[in-house]
Unconditional design. Structure first.
Length: 141
């Protein structure tokens, strides 16, 4: 009887621990969006070019339809205060997108840049805008 009680108690504590971990993980993911400038799909700007930019954090994606006269993805995002970072020898190191910070030095997170679903070989500041393409910035850890 004591062995059965110990086993049941052990199993119950293990399950409670697992549920607590899952709850903490979900809360952490939600916290990433707390500083977001936009949490719903949004249309921004006026200009001759119209491009689609997705911002993906965890399971949530917000799509921006941006109308601009800028020449690069980075310039269009900076124009609408959707992107911030630091300039270095390799170009713009993106640290903040849509108000959400990713900092590799703090927690090994960074913003991955994709063009039509493919990992980009250029940075946002060196990528010319093309209306037919979809650009994505994904919070990655």
């Amino acid at each position: 009887m004591k062995k059965t009680l110990k086993t049941a108690l052990s199993l119950t504590l293990t399950l409670l621990f697992i549920f607590a971990l899952v709850a903490c993980h979900k809360e952490e993911a939600t916290d990433l969006w707390k500083d977001a400038t936009y949490t719903e799909d949004t249309v921004l700007g006026e200009g001759a070019k119209t491009v689609t930019v997705e911002v993906m954090v965890e399971e949530k994606t917000v799509t921006f339809t941006i109308k601009t006269d800028k020449e690069t993805v980075g310039d269009a995002l900076i124009e609408h205060k959707l992107l911030d970072g630091e300039q270095d020898d390799y170009g713009l190191y993106v640290k903040k997108v849509n108000g959400i910070t990713a900092d590799y030095d703090v927690d090994q997170s960074y913003w991955a840049f994709y063009i039509d679903g493919e990992y980009a070989m250029t940075g946002v500041d060196g990528t010319p805008l093309e209306e037919a393409l979809t650009y994505r910035l994904a919070y990655t850890k």
